[in-house]
Design a protein around this ligand. Structure first.
Ligand code: ADP
Ligand code: MG
Length: 729
């Protein structure tokens, strides 16, 4: 081990867990301590203002500017009591993070002093320089500015000394420049069209809610080891590194005992998350060594997205306090599992019914099947788009590898639900049959077993699995903003439910009874969307061929997958639901392509540096030692004997020479390929060039570096190895 490597490894090895003192209250008491929730609104706002604000939050009423000042005053009073001095509009630009600009509450008081000031105007709207964030050419620097506007449906919260106000981020010309604005529109669209459909079954329902429960996977790495790996530091993943002799093959990490230092981190994280109103519930080890998972109780989709963004920044911050760095990259280590972010999605009513949960009566089950089948239809028609919504340079490493959902979107239903759909498809009975004198009705579909609720018949290889009362979209990446997937899914389902309503109403107008009309349309849909249903092994090669035959999107190139956003049916879907227009979609794609290129470009540069500054010099130094030895052998022994004794060394000398020659050649070729790609002026073509010509070189070069790592003297190797990164904690 090189001296530096020895020092960091030894230090990491001896680190003790940091004591975390939990608050003296119980979690139920400190939950949402730093959130301006209803309880605090009630306490800090005049009752009239409170009522108006609740109407805005619950019913999407327009925010009356006249109350903004009073809301701001109440918020400020609450915040100042917590020692807050600053406020910020907190928004989600098209990078994967969040953005904030802090301003102090202070203003001149006109008498030479200062006073704490926070007006309704500052709460509701702020100017922000849109051109400094990715905007895909929607705005040029010289155009009017963008602005951020308060989203009252997500409560404001306090982090350290700052009041954070969740906002949308839009250009003055109206185009959205962030994830939240289209997400809110997609949620509005799906809840409206789902409500219309729900009224077939229960006219008393007033409101539909779109839910999201995410599961966040991540790795923890000791900060010293992390700092000694420039690739982790700059790209979030290891660009080289030979697999450790032991990996996850013993399956001893999943659900294993949580290491004490990690447990202290989790405890700290959970306390702070609960204080911020994030209902964290589940934690466990994941499949790979040093990989873990965190999941909250599901929430309204927009709030859940905010909470996921918040938890990712909390993780980054708290990990540091425990001497760790959190890796949110989808594939930090080759050869071990990557990290995803499962998005559990469902729709529910204001009276607590989950639309995708089977019920006890036939009517309830017809409702259940209606929403399940319409979801399948949406996923079927927009499978390419859904894949595009989760695609990125980083998630590309995970999809299609033998560990995560494949790069083809299909849906797993399980045997029971599949049987129900098959039966309905084949049956000819469209009636609900009255059961004797009882009020309840029987539908000619088999009884749906209660068992379905905890669908044990899980299929881990399916990217979009039905899991009892919801669908679990498993393809999103661990680093991504969930909103991207949720915009596409909610909008696609919204469009589909509108079509369904039209189809059913058309039959009703022709005199068909309602139930019969619904069943007929559902039956036709079950036939139509069959290609999306797949319960087999999603990792198999047969499935790839089969999926192609079924007409599903099988593209694997990231830049080409983004084309799905600009297909006519996608544009039509987003425009008809009012979520995004063609111009916004085009601009977003420019950002996606540009980000893709930049990520690969940075990786290529970092790998080039690693090679020239770490790998090749060390390999040559070791090779020189061997050469020196071979010469000395010659002077000690007769020539023929020396040749035999040095044979092994000579072979290694040659091997090192071959690997280093390949590496140097290809690093040079990679630089040339980048120069060529950089001259391309359209973002799409440039991204394609980076995908086709540069990304594969990273892998080729890596192969030879990893071989060198195996043969070079461990005492000389400067970079922490996989066995240290993954097993020292
Ligand atoms: P698993 O890893 O077995 O899939 P977890 O318990 O880790 O399950 O995570 C399940 C996630 O799904 C949790 O966030 C949970 O709150 C969420 N969830 C449960 N029911 C629903 C639902 N109806 N709609 C949306 N999310 C849900
Ligand atoms: Mg899950």
């Amino acid at each position: 081990m090189s001296k530096l490597r020895f020092r960091v490894v030894e230090k990491a090895f001896h680190k003790k867990p940091i004591e975390v003192t939990p608050p003296s209250e119980r979690p139920s008491e400190y939950f949402a301590k730093y959130v301006f929730n209803r309880e605090k609104m009630f306490k800090y706002l005049p009752s009239k203002v409170y009522a108006k604000l609740i109407d805005v939050i619950d019913n999407g009423a327009a925010l009356d500017r006249s109350i903004a000042d009073e809301v701001a005053a109440g918020m400020k009073k609450w915040a100042v009591e917590l020692g807050v001095t600053h406020y910020t509009h907190w928004f989600q630009p098209l990078t994967e993070g969040t953005a904030e600009k802090h301003d102090a509450f202070v203003e001149h008081d006109g008498k030479g002093g200062m006073l704490e000031e926070f007006s309704g105007k500052l709460l509701v709207q702020q100017e922000a320089d849109g051109s400094s964030f990715p905007n895909g050419g929607v705005r040029n620097t010289f155009e009017a500015r963008g602005y951020s506007a308060w989203d009252p449906s997500s409560p404001v919260f306090v982090v350290d000394d700052t009041l954070c106000i969740p906002t949308v981020f839009i250009a003055y010309t109206g185009e959205s420049l962030d994830y939240k604005a289209p997400l809110l529109k997609a949620i509005q669209a799906v809840t409206k069209s789902a409500l219309d459909v729900m009224h077939y079954f229960d006219p008393s329902v007033k409101k539909i809610i779109s839910y999201l429960g995410w599961e966040q996977e991540y790795f923890l790495v000791d900060e010293g080891l992390y700092a000694a790996r420039p690739d982790l530091l700059l790209t979030g993943r290891t660009l080289m590194g030979h697999e450790a002799s032991k990996n996850q093959q013993l399956e001893d990490h999943y659900f294993g005992a949580i290491p004490p230092r990690v447990a202290a981190f989790m405890k700290d994280l959970e306390i702070q998350a609960l204080e911020l109103g994030i209902p964290v519930k589940t934690r466990h080890n994941e499949v790979a060594p040093n990989q873990f998972e965190l999941a909250p109780i599901y929430e309204e989709c927009n709030l859940a997205v905010d909470h996921n963004m918040l938890i990712m920044s909390l993780m980054r911050k708290i990990a540091r306090n425990h001497g760790f760095r959190v890796l949110l990259h989808e594939k930090p280590f080759k050869g071990v599992n990557g990290s995803g972010k499962h998005n559990n999605w469902s729709l529910g009513t204001d009276n607590g019914t989950l639309l995708m949960a089977p019920g006890k009566t036939s009517e309830e089950n017809l409702r259940f099947i209606t929403f399940v089948v319409n979801t399948l239809m949406a996923v079927y028609h927009h499978n390419g788009l859904l894949k595009a919504s989760i695609m990125s340079a980083t998630n590309a490493h995970r999809l299609g590898a033998h560990e995560a959902p494949p790069a083809i979107i299909s849906s797993f239903l399980g045997t029971q639900l599949s049987k129900v759909l098959d039966h309905l498809e084949e049956s000819t009975n469209n009636e609900l049959v009255a059961l004797g004198d009882k009020q309840s009705m029987r539908l000619d579909i088999p009884q749906i077993p209660e068992l379905l609720i905890d669908n044990t018949d899980r299929n881990r290889t399916s990217p979009f699995a039905f899991t009892g009362n919801r669908f679990e979209f498993r393809a999103p990446g661990s680093e991504a903003n969930c909103a991207s997937a949720m915009i596409a899914l909610n909008a696609a389902v919204a469009e589909q439910l509108t079509v369904f309503k039209k189809d059913v109403d058309a039959l009703i107008e022709k005199g068909e009874p309602k139930v019969s009309a619904i069943i007929q349309v559902i039956r036709q849909y079950i036939k139509e969307c069959k290609p999306i249903r797949f319960d087999g092994n999603g990792y198999s090669d047969e499935w790839k061929e089969e999926a192609l035959r079924r007409g599903l999107d099988c593209e694997t190139s990231c830049p080409l997958i983004f084309d799905n956003y600009l297909k006519p049916e996608t544009i039509h879907m987003f425009e008809s639901t009012g979520v995004m227009n063609r111009k916004e979609l085009a601009a977003r794609n420019e950002v996606k392509w540009e980000m893709y290129t930049k990520k690969i470009q940075i990786e290529a540069r970092v790998l080039g540096d690693l090679v020239m500054n770490h790998v090749v010099p060390v390999a040559i130094e070791y090779q020189t030692k061997l050469i020196d030895n071979a010469y000395k052998m010659k002077s000690l022994f007769p020539a023929d004997e020396a040749a035999v004794l040095s044979a092994e060394n000579l072979a290694i000398i040659k091997e090192i020479a071959e690997h280093t020659a390949f590496i140097k050649d290809h690093v040079d070729a990679m630089v040339e390929a980048r120069k060529v790609a950089n001259r391309i002026t359209t973002e799409r073509e440039k991204a394609i060039a980076y995908h086709d010509n540069i990304a594969p070189m990273l892998e080729q070069i890596r192969y030879h570096i990893d071989k060198l790592e195996l043969i070079v003297d461990d005492q000389m190797w400067t970079l922490p190895k996989y066995r240290e990164l993954l097993f020292v904690r």
